[in-house]
Design a protein around this ligand. Structure first.
Ligand SMILES: Nc1ncnc2c1ncn2[C@@H]1O[C@H](COP(=O)(O)OP(=O)(O)O)[C@@H](O)[C@H]1O
Ligand SMILES: [Mg+2]
Length: 360
């Protein structure tokens, strides 16, 4: 049987562009080439799409963008094209048909339902969560609301909209102080990578934190600070998902901010986390419940706080978690006995299964 053609999308108009490139290089390396042929499509920080045919290592380094062979290439929303239209150098166009798309995009304009919506229009199978679950997991206010409705604990929170910033800031801060204890965490609702997040200890910091978060978003949430260990679980599957063991993050900074995530090798990940079997099972069970409650499919990484008394508080769900060689998701799945090659193979098959494609 001929190999299936998989398009890997990477980069993107997001503050997690660089991480996406490193993740995508890892995914491209791991996709089993005896079964699949890979087409790489890079999206610049400005949102321009290109067909890239060069070395995989240049994807990770960001140098892919400067390659002379790149040609502009768009995803056609018309299912008749079954893929991409490339604008070749000689002025002609070509139709690049694919069997499945792997959007290795993190954050806005990629992990938030936007690209998933385009892929739905295009009628193409794609890896990972669909439009609505991606959007709901991206928006921290929606995630909290849906989890609460399903009896899954999150931190207490208050939402504030940009339209409330000028006239109602005092009133909203009073509401936050009545409902939440300091320290609080102020977050843009749809960002990622800890961008725009601050830990605040008093009213002045709260107001400043809210104004900063609004630089990044139209909606902001303020959460009560949780004192607990940061633990994460990888989930894979469609209707019958399973959870990996639990991993722990030991941030090098006061919280797991942008610096601790990407600039500082002092942050450690521990797999499996040194926790009791009871806590482990509580986390794994809650991870699967949350995955189902949010309508996730394919994969997600579910991040928690584990409190000293064993309570489990869900922090967030990442529907396209980091896939770099040292990222928690691939490492947790490897620990579960699934090699990186098999992970990508399974994720592609889950995408084809959902779309009802017969690939055997
Ligand atoms: N309610 C909270 N209590 C304590 N720490 C928090 C809380 N919310 C966030 N943090 C810290 O901030 C980090 C980033 O917050 P998170 O909600 O995961 O945002 P992002 O989507 O940017 O990863 C977390 O990993 C954690 O270290
Ligand atoms: Mg996080």
């Amino acid at each position: 049987m001929s190999r299936l053609k998989i398009a890997v999308l990477f980069g993107g108009r997001s503050n997690e562009h660089d991480i996406s490139c490193i993740s995508a290089a890892h995914v491209v390396r791991c996709i089993p080439k005896d079964k699949y042929e890979v087409l790489t499509i890079g999206i610049t920080k400005k949102g321009h799409w290109f067909k890239y045919i060069g070395d995989t290592e240049l994807i990770a380094s960001g140098e892919w963008e400067k390659q002379p062979d790149n040609v502009p290439c768009i995803l056609s929303p018309d299912p008749i094209h079954k893929g991409f239209i490339a604008f070749e150098r000689n002025g002609s166009t070509s139709n690049l048909k694919v069997d499945c798309v792997f959007p290795v995009l993190h954050g806005r304009n990629g992990e938030d339902g936007t690209v998933q919506g385009l892929l739905e229009l295009a009628g193409l199978p794609y890896v990972g969560c669909d439009l609505i679950s991606s959007a709901n997991c991206m928006d921290k206010d929606m995630t909290h609301t849906i989890l609460e409705a399903n009896g899954i604990k999150t931190s207490k929170w208050v939402r504030i909209l940009r339209s409330e910033l000028d006239e109602r800031l005092e009133e909203k801060c009073d509401e936050m102080e009545a409902k939440l204890r300091y320290p609080m965490f102020v977050k843009p609702c749809n960002c990622g990578s800890s961008v725009g997040i601050s830990k605040v200890r008093d009213r002045a910091e709260l107001e400043a934190g809210i104004k900063l978060a609004f630089v990044h978003d139209r909606k902001v949430i303020v959460e009560e600070g949780i004192v607990g260990r940061e633990v994460e679980c990888a989930v894979m599957g469609n209707l019958e998902p399973f959870a990996s063991d639990v991993g722990e993050i030991l941030p090098s900074n006061e919280f797991y901010d942008y610096d601790a995530k990407y600039n500082d090798s002092g942050s450690l990940t521990v797999i499996p986390a040194k926790i009791s079997d009871r806590d482990r099972e509580a986390l794994r069970t809650t991870a699967v419940r949350a995955f189902k409650a949010l309508g996730c499919e394919g994969l997600s990484r579910i991040d928690f706080f584990l409190l000293e008394d064993g309570s489990v508080i869900l922090n967030e769900i990442n529907t396209m978690p980091g896939h770099t060689p040292i990222s928690m998701y691939p490492m947790l799945m490897q620990d579960h006995g699934i090699s990186c090659e098999e992970q990508e193979d399974r994720l592609i098959k889950l995408a084809l299964d959902r779309a009802g494609v017969d690939y055997e």
